[in-house]
Design a protein around this ligand. Structure first.
Ligand code: SF4
Length: 345
């Protein structure tokens, strides 16, 4: 993880920067067996889309840096929301090209067809994260469609079609490793090297699978704690020997520092119902419900709650900057899939 500098802290306080994590829907077409989401809300209704667009418009004149990270649920299930907000961003950028803009998306990749990808690239959504649970045989047991069907072939096919685009973009293939699939991780990495090894736009991020939900129906075969570090090291070394680029952080929109966006005062998660949160993991926790965006783009924020998430900016405590959730709800932080909360060696 990168170091947190004075400049990082200053930029987390600046009115000239804005980072929005947008959840255009909280529904998903997958039911991964370890998922922690509750699929509580559907697609962002028009008044909330208006609210997001008005927020962007009202803030734009004062911005020098804008980051929009699409998250979900599965964001591509709400393509009309992405289209509307992205078109607004496009016209705002045209009127004020001095603003640096970064768009990214965490998607399961199922709906990421060439037609959809072309549109996303045109909206300058250039950074993607797509997860796999190992080679097809393992992946299709865990990352399954809501109707129970398999997903590997379609995802891999979409990735291969992305490769044909000449544009500049970055895809992080996130590989979950557990006791079931660790022996097959090299097979997955060999397939990755065969199909993407000569294309530096594609990289892997390798992470241990965790008990993300407390659902008793989960029957996960996690890596044994005593052996997991050694196993992960071997897998990463294997990737290194195959000259596969291995990313060290799982979300490029966190930028170079290891400070979580939840610790910043200019970063907000906007849920599909218009609620504002700080952390993408503890969505059901009251402490994480810090406000609401109004249709005119103004924000109602609970300052006391907000300051709790941003306390690291005044204390300078590394842990509070890297994952403020850890002190707010250690129980949830301990099982999150978020790499910031569970630093990898
Ligand atoms: S779990 Fe921690 S690091 Fe991850 S988004 Fe929440 S606060 Fe940030």
């Amino acid at each position: 993880m990168g170091k947190i500098s004075f400049a990082d802290v200053a930029s987390a306080l600046s009115d000239e920067a804005l980072h929005l994590v947008l959840m255009p829907t909280e529904q998903c077409n997958f039911r991964c067996i370890y998922c922690f989401e509750s699929f509580r809300h559907g697609a962002m209704p028009v008044p909330v889309v208006n609210a997001v667009e008005n927020l962007l418009t009202s803030r734009f004149d004062g911005l020098t840096y804008l980051v929009v990270s699409w998250y979900g649920g599965e964001p591509l299930l709400a393509m009309n929301v992405i289209a509307s907000v992205s078109e607004r961003i496009r016209s705002l950028l045209k009127s004020r090209p001095v603003v640096r803009y970064k768009g990214s998306m965490t998607t399961n990749g199922y709906l990421l067809t060439p037609e959809v990808f072309r549109k996303l690239l045109d909206w300058r959504i250039l950074t993607y994260q797509i997860s796999f649970d190992g080679p097809k045989e393992h992946h299709d047991r865990k990352r399954i469609r809501a109707d129970g069907g398999p997903t590997f072939d379609r995802l891999w096919g979409n990735l291969i079609k992305m490769r044909a685009f000449p544009d500049s973009f970055a895809v992080t293939v996130r590989l979950h490793v557990d006791r079931d699939n660790f022996r097959q991780a090299p097979e997955f990495l060999e397939q990755f090297a065969r199909d993407f090894g000569d294309d530096s736009r594609f990289a892997v991020y390798i992470i241990k699978l965790g008990q993300y939900s407390n659902s008793p129906s989960q029957n996960l075969n996690l890596l044994p704690p005593g052996d997991s570090d050694g196993i992960m090291k071997e897998i990463r070394e294997f990737a290194g020997a195959m000259k596969i680029p291995v990313r060290v952080a799982d979300r490029d929109d966190h930028e170079s520092s290891s400070m979580c966006f939840a610790a910043k005062l200019n970063s907000f998660v906007i849920r599909s119902n218009g609620e504002i949160s700080k952390c993408i993991v503890a969505l059901d926790q009251d402490a994480n419900h810090v406000g609401k965006v109004n249709e005119d783009g103004t924000l109602n924020l609970d300052r006391m709650k907000l300051l709790k998430w941003a306390r690291g900016l005044s204390s300078g405590e590394k842990q509070e900057l890297e994952c403020p959730l850890r002190d707010i709800d250690l129980r949830i932080a301990a099982r999150t899939s978020c790499a910031r909360a569970r630093p990898e060696p």
